[in-house]
Design a protein around this ligand. Sequence first.
Ligand SMILES: CC(C)(COP(=O)(O)OP(=O)(O)OC[C@H]1O[C@@H](n2cnc3c(N)ncnc32)[C@H](O)[C@@H]1OP(=O)(O)O)[C@@H](O)C(=O)NCCC(=O)NCCS
Length: 142
Amino acid sequence: MRDMKEDDIPSILEIEQISFSTPWSRESFLNELYEKYALSKVAVFEGNVIGYICADYQHHEAHILNLAVHPDFRRRGVATLLMHEAIRELKKKGCVFLYLKVRASNTDAQKFYEIFGFKVESVRKKYYGDPDEDALQLMARL
Ligand SMILES: CC(C)(COP(=O)(O)OP(=O)(O)OC[C@H]1O[C@@H](n2cnc3c(N)ncnc32)[C@H](O)[C@@H]1OP(=O)(O)O)[C@@H](O)C(=O)NCCC(=O)NCCS
């Protein structure tokens, strides 16, 4: 587990393409890397990036903006490690509330987030495109 670097972005984009119907671009990740109130971590196995998490924060609130693990490495606790690492840093920054949005149909990710105490706070109608879908806004107290 370490901070994300610009050199990691090509591997991250491969995971991003497999994982999401509307993947982030290289520019989206670069923005996160150089954003002051943001943190981006990668999980590395045998020199290869196998997962990543991006979050930003302001005052007592933080948002998980992206989280994915390469399909070959899922269900081995990689995302759990990434979340713990992000939460540890966000708490140090003084964050108390953690938010994120997830597709209504992404029940796998919702099961994962439940373990961290996330609860549905609101529904954003047709927040996502390709396909159009509601977002569940989840919130957890750190
Ligand atoms: C969601 C995601 C990040 C989970 O990553 P992961 O490394 O496989 O998660 P972990 O191994 O740490 O899972 C911890 C626990 O969460 C739950 N969980 C994780 N994936 C699950 C799934 N597909 N179905 C049901 N429960 C799941 C399980 O309880 C799991 O523990 P177990 O494997 O001992 O049963 C991964 O599936 C992924 O990259 N999905 C595609 C991208 C995505 O949807 N990101 C979230 C966008 S909001």
